[in-house]
Design a protein around this ligand. Structure first.
Ligand code: FE
Length: 219
């Protein structure tokens, strides 16, 4: 069950574009460094402020925020409705502070529909509720293949969606970020919100994974 947390199953897939990505990453790093140097030299920003932002996303903001939102939606029908109606608003008490023009939309998995999130253009991602995006999210293979063959991509992540279920792919933009509200696992009746949150994986909120099963908990 815990294989959902790792992407080892995805070896061939990852290996293929790890080459391209290595150079892409280092070029990005160079550009970021150059940009940062100019901003600091011109006095537009100070290094401590940049460090604080990075630190925040590395330690304070992460998928645990999204997991709490999902667990609340699983246990509180009124909150679930509010989340599906206006996720930005519903997520605010959980520490969501989307920027201007950056709306959060929650899409709900059902037995008839599995949702998946991608950004075909670049790497738009709901940072405020999921933290830093995984490297594969930004890969060209994920961005291009998810739209064309979502079922095959899901299989590589170890997720099999029943044939009769529809797969909906949501393309994130700078204006709209999506998070998946996965289905509550069976066998969790009476569980506390906190305990339920422990089942919600980052990938289950991107749609490339499912929540942990209660039987596998702690394994
Ligand atoms: Fe993007």
């Amino acid at each position: 069950m815990s294989t959902h947390d790792h992407h080892d199953h995805d070896h061939g897939h990852r290996h293929e574009h790890d080459h391209g990505e290595a150079s892409e990453l280092s070029e990005t790093e160079l550009r970021v460094r150059a940009l940062q140097t100019i901003l600091i030299e011109k006095g537009y920003t100070d290094p401590a402020a940049l460090d604080a932002i990075v630190e925040t996303y590395e330690t304070r903001i992460g998928p645990h925020i999204g997991a709490r939102i999902v667990a609340r939606a699983w246990t509180d029908p009124a909150f679930r409705e509010a989340l599906l109606a206006d996720a930005s608003k519903a997520a605010t008490p959980f520490g969501y502070h989307g920027k201007v023009g950056d709306h959060l939309v929650a899409v709900e998995n059902t037995p008839e529909r599995h949702n998946m999130v991608v950004c075909t253009l670049c790497s738009c991602y709901p940072w405020d509720v999921l933290g830093l995006p995984p490297v594969w999210y930004k890969s060209f293979a994920y961005r291009s293949r998810t739209v064309k063959e979502p079922r095959a991509v899901l299989r590589e992540f170890g997720v099999t969606v029943p044939e009769q279920a529809e797969i909906r792919v949501w393309d994130s933009t700078a204006e709209v970020r999506y998070m998946v509200l996965p289905e509550r696992p069976a066998g969790t009746e009476g569980w506390s919100e906190e305990k339920l949150a422990g089942l919600v994986t980052r990938d289950s909120m991107i749609g490339t994974g499912l929540p942990r099963s209660p039987a596998g908990e702690g394994a």
